[in-house]
Ligand binder design. Structure first.
Ligand SMILES: *[C@@H]1O[C@H](CO)[C@@H](O)[C@H](O)[C@H]1NC(C)=O
Ligand SMILES: *[C@@H]1O[C@H](CO)[C@@H](O)[C@H](O)[C@H]1NC(C)=O
Ligand SMILES: *[C@@H]1O[C@H](CO)[C@@H](O)[C@H](O)[C@H]1NC(C)=O
Ligand SMILES: CC(=O)N[C@H]1CO[C@H](CO)[C@@H](O)[C@@H]1O
Length: 297
């Protein structure tokens, strides 16, 4: 008890220092971790690749796994069992896909509504506006049951808004529009701690938007994922899969051709990872593998 309070007092003291190294110290004292058990599959919107769907299915336990699709971010008046993403999973061989939806937190807090989640192996959050997921499920039995899916070794996945909700900080959570990075909803479901997750990043020219969040909370790890690309997380291990890139905002810089130190780098640094690349979320460092070595032709 005493030791830990001395430690947090020391942390507080360092983080109030007003020079850049205090910022760096803040990055280092805030490790980013995914779930101890289970996996996250975080998709940057416009999910098309069969390989990403198949990764979700196989991490969930195969084609007979129970996969729950939550379309609530989408904002339609109602949803039936043939919601597009559910149909897509079924089309790829998943046999037990259930659409689960309400906008009413009182409904989300009932045992009846939560029942299908109790034996689920995966949850997939569809796209739309991420604050709708917060308004419907935050603090309810449903949110508890989402957590239990991971605790049982299952999968939490989502695309677009469904990606952002996975972070502890809710990027673009404003009810008035998706162009406000720090909005009236800033708390996500936090399956990935100390992190903000953006999506559609290259297609929508959002490369620099993450800094609006990091200016307010510099300790966060920023991850901005492009369309049809995913970050797969287990504990501190992250791997990129899919079509294009995930952008990492960790205060540092990395390049596969080793040019990290050669240029005069701007203060607002970020860098790109592609399919096959691995990242250590705890150390906030790229894991050097065959895919990260530069192959210049
Ligand atoms: C999935 O369920 C079907 C029908 O119950 C069964 O025939 C099949 O063997 C199961 N597949 C796997 C991989 O468990
Ligand atoms: C969903 O699609 C199936 C197959 O096309 C159809 O039989 C079923 O009636 C549809 N269900 C709803 C709720 O529209
Ligand atoms: C399908 O998933 C539901 C909800 O998790 C579960 O209750 C049910 O037993 C599963 N059905 C089959 C045939 O495995
Ligand atoms: C969990 C944790 O250690 N959070 C700290 C991250 O760094 C900021 C300073 O930027 C502290 O205020 C947090 O307490």
């Amino acid at each position: 008890m005493r030791l830990s309070s001395i430690f947090s007092a020391a942390l507080a003291a360092t983080s109030t220092l007003a020079f850049p190294s205090a910022k760096l110290a803040a990055y280092k004292t805030n490790s980013t971790v995914g779930p101890e058990k289970g996996h996250l599959v975080i998709v940057g919107g416009n999910l098309k690749s069969e390989s990403i769907y198949q990764r979700i299915i196989s991490l969930a336990g195969g084609h007979n796994a129970s996969i729950i699709i939550v379309p609530t971010a989408g904002g339609d008046p109602s949803y039936d069992q043939n919601f597009t993403t559910a149909a897509a999973f079924r089309g790829l061989g998943a046999t037990n896909v259930t659409v689960l939806h309400t906008y009413d937190p009182a409904v989300a807090d009932t045992d009846k509504f939560v029942a299908p989640l109790k034996s689920a192996n995966a949850v997939f959050f569809g796209g739309g506006r991420q604050w709708r997921l917060v308004d419907a499920y935050y603090g309810t039995k449903t949110e508890t049951a989402f957590n239990e899916v991971l605790e049982r070794g299952g999968v939490i996945s989502g695309s677009s808004a469904g990606a952002s909700i996975i972070g502890s900080f809710l990027a673009r959570g404003d009810t008035s529009g998706n162009d406000i990075l720090v909005g009236d909803h800033t708390v996500g479901f936090g399956y990935l701690k100390n992190a903000a997750i953006d999506q559609h990043v290259l297609v929508r020219n959002r490369h620099f938007d993450m800094f609006q969040i990091l200016e307010v909370q510099p300790e966060l790890l920023g991850i901005a994922i492009d369309e049809d690309t995913a970050v797969v997380v287990q504990g501190n291990d992250a791997e990129i899969i899919g079509s294009t890139y995930a952008l990492i905002y960790d205060g540092g810089f990395w390049s596969r051709d080793g040019s990290g130190g050669k240029y005069d780098l701007p203060e607002k640094k970020f860098y790109f990872l592609k399919a096959g690349d691995k990242y250590d979320l705890g150390a906030r460092k790229v894991v050097e593998t065959e895919t990260t070595s530069g192959d210049e032709l």
